[in-house]
Design a protein around this ligand. Sequence first.
Ligand code: CIR
Length: 256
Amino acid sequence: MFQHAIVRAPSRTFAEGLTTAGLGRPDLDTVFAQHADYCAALEQCGLTLTRLEADDRYPDGTFVEDTAILTDRVAILTYPGAPSRQGEVAAMRDALKAFYSSLEAISAPGTLDGGDICHAGDHFFIGLSHRTNGAGAKQFGVVLSRHGYTSATVDIREIPQLLHLKSGLAALDGGRLVLIDALKDHPAFRGYETIRVAADELYAANCVQVNDQVLVAAGFPRVHAALRDRGYDLIVLDMSEFQKMDGGLSCLSLRF
Ligand code: CIR
């Protein structure tokens, strides 16, 4: 069960962040409203929120997931692959000191974004992407094995729709995978029960289980039906403004 989440309010410079989506410029009032709804949903799931202050220097700073990976045994600060985002880690380091006695960290020449890390129980999938490089993935794998976790890498660099591995993959109940068709044949996912997401609902693959509920983006009825059929209780959230900046549900918090 998760008890806590760390979130960071969107900054007023949010619309200047990195994006490839081509969906237009986000409307700031709507961004703040959608973020408030997201935070309320986490609280509805029983989590206590630590809210980091917005920082106008970091337009992408609200996507806190990319700055750390939190596990039962260790917290690992990342070194984000986008230079404009590397300064975001400092505020996360300060926040995590209250919860973890020791912090590990990825360092140059390694780069790694938290969005590329998906864990199913004690096993981690590490996306090799245009943000997470081989050195970062290797450093991360070494830290994991020192703490008794296993891992496998998944190269997504040839899948243009995916910024991060978790843009197309989510793990539910520690072992059931929600994944897009483009990932279905990857050997790392062999043996797992899967819920498949078709290309036209790809954005909904980035769903998040928080205790007894699953947060899922609004507007993707087939993914909603597939999850409900398996008994999941959904909280459906409008994510339109975050989608414009390539961000999904998981990116907006760190849950632990
Ligand atoms: C970026 O390009 O870094 C941000 N605009 C979006 C980050 C999304 N994060 C995530 O998927 N974990």
